[in-house]
Structure formats: C-alpha cells, structure tokens
Ligand binder design. Sequence first.
Ligand code: ADP
Length: 483
Amino acid sequence: MTQEPKRTIYIDGQWRAAADGASFVVTDPATGEVIGQAADGGRADTEAAIAAADRALPAWSGTTAYQRAAVLAKADALMRERRKELAALMTREQGKPLKASMNEVAYAADFLAWFAEEAKRIGGVTIPSARADQRFVTMRQPVGVVAAITPWNYPISMLTRKLAPAIAAGCTSVLKPADQTPLCAVATVQLLADAGLPDGVVNLVTTTRAAEVGDVLLESPVVRKLTFTGSTAVGKMLAAKAGATLKRVSVELGGHAPFIVFPDADPVRAAKGAALVKFLNTGQACISPNRIYVHRSIYDAFVATLDQRIAALRVGKGDHEGVSIGPLIDERAVGKMEAQVHDARAKGARVVAGGERMQVDGLDGTTFYAPTLLADVTPDMLISTEETFGPIAAVTPFDDEDEVVAKANDTEYGLAAYVYTNDLSTAIRVTEKLRFGMVGVNDINPTSAAAPFGGVKASGLGREGGFEGIDEYLDTKLVGISI
Ligand code: ADP
C-alpha cells in the first residue's frame, strides 16, 4: 500500500511534502507502533525554507515589539488551551508519562509568555563620548535568519525556548526537529501560525537526513545564527561548521551532573530530591545527576532511602495511570544502559535495585529499563565519565570537601551540579568552586523560563531563557553621532 507522503514541511505558510516525495514513519517508543508519517526533507526543501525566512525578514524585523509580543502572547494562550492534546501527542511520540508531558507543555508556554514580555525590553544605551560634539547610542537589532536544531527529549519546550526569543527579537527561523519527534514540531508550528505569526517567519523541515539538512543550513551565508540542543559530539561539529560563515552560535549540549550530599544534610530529603531529578524524563535529561557523591557518614541512610523511592516508581506506558517512568527513546538507549551496568558490575559496583530490561504492560520490553541503583561506583567505571541519559542512579561515598569538589569538576562537561548542605558557608564555598553553568543548592530544579539555562566547557555556549536568552538573537549596533 502506498500512502500519500505527509505534508509536514512548512515553508512560507504552506504545508508541503518533501520536494522528492520522501517520507518516514513516526513510532510510539513504548510499542514500536506506527503513529504517523512525516515528510523527509532534503537539500531542496531546506534551501526553500531558508529563502522563505530571508524573504520574511525585512517585514518581520520591521514590526514593533508590541506586535511581536501580541503574537507570542496569543501563542502562549493557545498552548495553554491545547495543553491536553499537545501532552497526549507528546506522550505518544516521545513516551514520557502524561503528567510529565502536561508539565512540559506548561514549561514550553512559559517561554512564549516570557519572551512576549522581553520583546518590549529590547533597548539600547547611550554612552558618553570624550568629544563634546559627539554622542554614542546603541541599537539592538535581530541577527537575521536563525537555524534551530532541536532534540527529542523535550520535543516542544526546546522549540519554544529557541523560537520564542527569535520571534521576539524580530528574527525569522528554519527549524529542524529530531526525527523521533516531528509531530510535536508540526503541532507547535501550527500553533504559532494559528496565533497569527506571518508566513515565512518560522519554517519547518522535518527530516531523517539530519546531516544533509544541517549542512545546507550551516553552509548558507544567509543563515546568521545556529541554535542547537543535542549531543556534545554533534554540537561541536555543527559549531565548527558554523565557523566557516561566522554565524552566531549557541549550543546546549550534554552534561554529567554531580550531586553532592554533605554530612550535615538530611540524607532522606537529599535522597528524595535525587530520585526526583534522576528519574525525571526517565533519566533522559541533560541536567540529570550522573554522579551522586554522598558523605560516608550518611551514605547507608541515603542509599536505603533512594532504594525505597526507586521501589515506589511505576514503570509503564506513558498514558497509563500512575506511571512515572516511561520507555527509553529506542532500543539503542537500552543497550547503553546494559553496557554501563555490565561494566560497573564487573568493576565492583553493587546493584541495589534494577539493573535489567523490563517487560511491562505485556509489551515486548525492547525499550523499558528498570530504574536502577548502583552503589560503590568508582571513577574507572564507564558511568563515571559517559553521559547515561537513562534511569540509573550511580552513588559513591566521599570523605572530604576538597576531594569531592575535585572529583565533581573532573569531567569535560559543565552543565548542572547539585549541592545538599544545611551549612551556608559550605553551600557558597562549594558553589563558587564548581565549574558548571547551573547549581541547585538543596534544589533539584534550577530551571525556569525566567532563568538563564546553559553550560560551560563541553556542555555548551550561550544561555537560553532569562534576561540573557534574547541576547543570543540580537546584534548590537553602535551609532556615533556628530552634533
Ligand atoms: P541524540 O543523541 O540525543 O539524538 P543528537 O545530537 O544526535 O542527540 O541530536 C540532536 C539534534 O541534532 C537532532 O535534531 C538531530 O537530528 C540533529 N543532528 C544529528 N546529527 C546531525 C548533523 N550531522 N547535522 C545536523 N543535525 C544533526
């Protein structure tokens, strides 16, 4: 049976099939069931999308901040109205539990709301000159056409985190979402159109041909900015390619978050926090703790509580009642869990909970992995250096502050870190020494549309959200005026 290729490419306000007619299937990661089709865009589609964004730029960048804010505010309202249907789609396409999808849609809308406001605060400054007959002022202007490449783990909020500031700044965009989650991108782009975004301001190329589409975007001199969220390996490669045309670059990449519990902290509270943030999105989050360091004096109490919390987690299909852990995105991800656990076991880690694939709800068990607790993890184990991106908590005892800070910083990554202590001095001292972009102090969720998200070292460049988020989409123009 041949099917009409899906029209999921959006260029200049038109939904289209791929120029060469190629398409791909979209599956439910919990069951492998086909849930839809998407157009498989290539070079011609990407070139057309860039051209549309370029044509739309003069008019869009010439709108007032109030006009752009109005579109974003309408999009925010529509996203909250459509919250349930977007969440249901997300759960089907990405697998996360419905409640987590509901939370993500609200978080995604928060970026629309935040940048609707920030659009009105794009201002410049006046600068005193050394010459009496001269004045300086700065203008902040949109960088131009933006290429946005997004991941599957947060398939709507990562889109609004990039598109909302681009729209607010007066930029136009070409979005290339992950091939696992094109339908969430289609729903988001349709929502922006329904909110009154003019044709060509946001264009969408769904594709499995990531390298081909990526190369067209990066080689184009018209595209002035790359914003990417994904793996460090791909992000480094894309940033290097963007260098050839000197594009502005912001990349949010992998992490390997340390989670440090000092002896004065309550081990029960800390373990509860660790369980919540570790198993968020089934561990498929770049801010997920990958190394949990607990002071030896409270180590056993911490491990026992974490074990209890893990026992209470319910694994299953995301749309089933009470489920808090969904499937991993694909079989390859499960293979990575197996490899890390096998390696840790062989090197002496204790498997306190989990440690194997799971069969749930009568499904074949190809994408479910049991929430796992590894104790006595050592630095030579794969899990101590490689990003896990899955439901494995790796715990290690420590004895003193300098030792644990050195260990925490001993990673190429620098995204999130967590510190549990009731001592103010320890909190400040350690936070200052941690080479990470975000630190949660007795807090497991240092993220908000109002706060700057981003990393240092191999975790990325630039900040998303907060006051800084819009800067990534603006160039400063200096104007010197003789009077
Ligand atoms: P993950 O391993 O989590 O899927 P990736 O970095 O591979 O992370 O993917 C993040 C995004 O980058 C996705 O949209 C993916 O399609 C895209 N991507 C992957 N490889 C390339 C590439 N060579 N050029 C452009 N985009 C790419």
